[in-house]
Design a protein around this ligand. Structure first.
Ligand code: FES
Length: 104
């Protein structure tokens, strides 16, 4: 069963930006891609738990602020070392101008 949670308004993240979102003790990172779509991943880098909400978006990659590893935020694949473990991704839907993520 899906568990949709409202994360933010679609106008709260510019294209190629990232936003931190915390919900009930969990933390996420939301992205607005250059394709106009929104994406969501776990907030913490799988390398050493820096928060990706503080990272830098370059097209479809998020660069970790701590050791500059990177991930493709569409798939969660690690693309630049020292990041090597996949990042969990979450389905996103848009409803009435807001970004919802399915955290089930
Ligand atoms: Fe992200 Fe090290 S904590 S690359």
């Amino acid at each position: 069963m899906s568990q949709l949670v409202r994360a933010c308004g679609t106008d709260e993240i510019e294209e190629e930006e990232v936003l931190r979102f915390d919900h009930e003790g969990n933390t996420f990172a939301l992205y607005h891609g250059p394709d106009g779509n929104f994406y969501a991943t776990d907030g913490y880098c799988t390398h050493a738990k820096a928060h990706l909400g503080d990272g830098i978006v370059d097209e479809f990659e998020i660069e970790c602020p701590l050791h500059f590893g990177a991930f493709d935020y569409r798939t969660g694949d690690a693309t630049v070392a020292p990041a090597c473990q996949k990042l969990k991704t979450y389905p996103v839907s848009i409803q009435e101008g807001a970004v919802f993520i399915d955290i089930s």
